[in-house]
Design a protein around this ligand. Sequence first.
Ligand SMILES: [Zn+2]
Ligand SMILES: [Zn+2]
Ligand SMILES: [Zn+2]
Length: 254
Amino acid sequence: MIVTLLGTGDSPGTPVLNCHCRTCEDARKRGWERKRFSVMVQNSGKTVLIDTSPDLRRQLLDNGVEKVDAVIWTHCHFDHFGGFGEFYRVQNNVRVYSTPQIHEDIGRFMRFLTYKTIEVEPYTPFTIGGMDFTIFTVNHPPVSAVGVKIEWQGYKVVVSGDTNVHIPEESMKEMQNPDLLVVEALAPTGRFKKHMNAREALSLAKRVNAEKVVLTHLGHFYPPHHVAAKNYPVGEDYQSFSFGEGRLDEFFGD
Ligand SMILES: [Zn+2]
Ligand SMILES: [Zn+2]
Ligand SMILES: [Zn+2]
């Protein structure tokens, strides 16, 4: 099983349009960016996307992905579903998994597209490509939002989705002891109603006893990436984690 962070940015991405802060200018100078949020999970020739970033066409091209077998939506914010139409013209009838509420919320924007809506409830596992997925409720007011747990051959990966620290107890149980926790941390410090800062995300990682943690959904509030990476386990676009034969390997796209 391979897990790839297709986009590690927050909703405006980095660099932010019209922003000339140190981080955005550094990214421009290096031709570097954080695309919008999506996590790709692959196994046995099947590709599952957790969220469909507005940058999806570029992300799929760069990663040589020719077909998406299923999508799981975590919530109705544009940076998490806006790119669904990016592959729709070449591939329709994609199976899309989410809760009835999230399908209803995103469905309002998707009236002109047809896709296979599959309604799943939190805490009820379903299988795609030999992998077991379970969604769990998180806290991202005012919208309904979920995180995703993936289990395969004894490995466990947890993707927090967009959430603040107040995650329901039942979800905390689902999140326990992951080999990899992909957790959102919008900014290094500061208090947010809908999101976590890096300190909160890292303390969550401790509480769930994560073997390895990578921060995502990162805003330009962090210093330039090479500086931030010295202080935090900040993720980066196209960073991949492969699981198999009793080990977790990590590699970077170019
Ligand atoms: Zn978001
Ligand atoms: Zn900026
Ligand atoms: Zn959001």
